[in-house]
Ligand binder design. Structure first.
Ligand code: R5P
Length: 288
C-alpha cells in the first residue's frame, strides 16, 4: 500500500501513512515556479505506484482541489495502481444532496460520479447526508472524526458539550460517550445563510467550561449565536470545536468571543489542532 496526498491534505496524508506504516509518494504540484500563469493545477507523481493499493487523500475544497483530485486519480491509474481508495476528508458540494428546485444539479451525486471514474471506493468524514452514500456508484463510507475531537476536548478539561442545533446532537452524543462529558443542545432556526437564532432554553453552564461541537463551521454564525447564549447564561469558558473548519467570510470576526477554536485537519487552517489520521487509518485497515 502507498499513500498519495493532494495539496489540500499534505499533513493529513503524512499522518495516515505514518499510522499505517506505509510509504507516501511525493507529488510535484508546480511545473514552473509559481505554477501555471492561468492558475490551472498540475500534478506529477514522483514515485512508483504500479501494482499498489493506493490511498489518495484529498479534500474537495476549494474548487481547484477537486480538479487536483481528478488529476491525481487519473495519474495514479495510468501509473498502474491495482486499487485506488479515495479518502475525501471534507466532501465539498456534499450539502447540495438533492434537487431543491427544478433544473438544479444534485452536486453531491455529480461529484461521486466523477470520483468513481478512477477510484474503487470512497471514505469521507462528517458527510452532510450519510444515507446518500449508499446511492454512490462505488462503495462509500462515512468515517467519524468525533472521537479525535472528543479526546482533545477531554484533555482540554471541558465540563459540558453543547450541540448548537438539532443536527449536531448526534455528534455531541457520540463525543459525550467517548469523553464521558455530559451534553446539552440548542434548537436553532436559520434565518438566512448568515443569520441564525436559537429558541430560549435554560442550560446548566454557569461557571463551566463549555465546548460547542458542530460538524462544520462555515460563516461562524451558528457558533456566534450559541456563544452569546452560553455567555449570557454564565459559562466561564467557551470553546468552538468542529470537524470541518471552512471559516468563510467574517467567520474569524464571528468567532472572536470564543476562548478557543478547534478544527481537525480535514481542512487545513490556523485553527487545525486535531488530526483525524488515526480515524482514517483504522477505516483503511478495515477495508475488505
Ligand atoms: C448545519 O446544519 C451545520 O451543522 C452547521 O451548523 C452549519 O453549516 C454552520 O454554518 P455557519 O458557521 O455558517 O453558521
Amino acid at each position: 500500500m502507498k499513500v498519495v496526498g493532494g495539496s489540500a491534505c499534505l499533513s493529513l496524508a503524512k499522518g495516515v501513512a505514518q499510522e499505517l506504516a506505509v510509504a507516501r509518494v511525493d507529488v510535484a504540484f508546480e511545473r514552473h515556479p509559481g505554477g501555471f500563469p492561468d492558475g490551472e493545477r498540475y500534478v506529477r507523481l514522483l514515485g512508483s505506484v504500479a501494482g499498489e493499493h493506493v490511498v489518495l487523500v484529498q479534500t474537495t475544497h476549494p474548487d481547484s482541489m477537486i480538479v487536483e483530485l481528478f488529476l491525481l486519480a487519473d495519474a495514479i491509474r495510468d501509473a498502474g495502481a491495482q486499487r485506488l481508495t479515495a479518502v475525501v476528508p471534507y466532501f465539498g458540494y456534499g450539502r447540495q444532496d438533492k434537487r431543491f428546485l427544478d433544473g438544479e444539479a444534485v452536486s453531491a451525486k455529480a461529484m461521486a460520479k466523477h470520483i468513481a471514474i478512477d477510484c474503487d471506493e470512497l471514505l469521507t468524514m462528517a458527510f452532510h447526508n450519510p444515507s446518500l452514500l449508499r446511492t454512490f456508484p462505488i462503495p462509500a463510507r462515512d468515517v467519524s472524526g468525533i472521537p479525535a475531537l472528543a479526546r482533545y476536548l477531554k484533555s482540554a478539561k471541558v465540563d459540558v458539550l453543547l450541540a448548537p442545533d438539532e443536527n449536531a446532537i448526534r455528534f455531541a452524543k457520540e463525543a459525550s460517550a467517548v469523553a464521558r462529558i455530559p451534553y446539552d443542545f440548542l434548537v436553532k432556526e436559520r434565518i438566512d445563510s448568515y443569520t441564525v437564532k436559537v429558541e430560549p432554553k435554560v442550560l446548566r453552564v454557569k461557571g463551566k467550561s463549555v465546548a460547542i461541537l458542530d460538524d462544520v463551521i462555515s460563516t461562524g454564525g451558528t457558533i456566534a449565536t450559541a456563544t452569546k447564549e452560553l455567555q449570557k447564561q454564565g459559562a466561564r469558558r467557551v470553546v468552538a470545536a468542529c470537524v470541518h473548519g471552512l471559516f468563510v467570510d467574517k467567520a474569524e470576526e464571528n468567532l472572536k468571543p470564543c476562548d478557543d477554536v478547534i478544527a481537525t485537519d480535514t481542512i487545513q487552517s490556523k485553527f487545525t489542532k486535531v488530526s483525524v489520521a488515526p480515524e482514517f487509518a483504522s477505516a483503511i485497515r478495515a477495508l475488505d
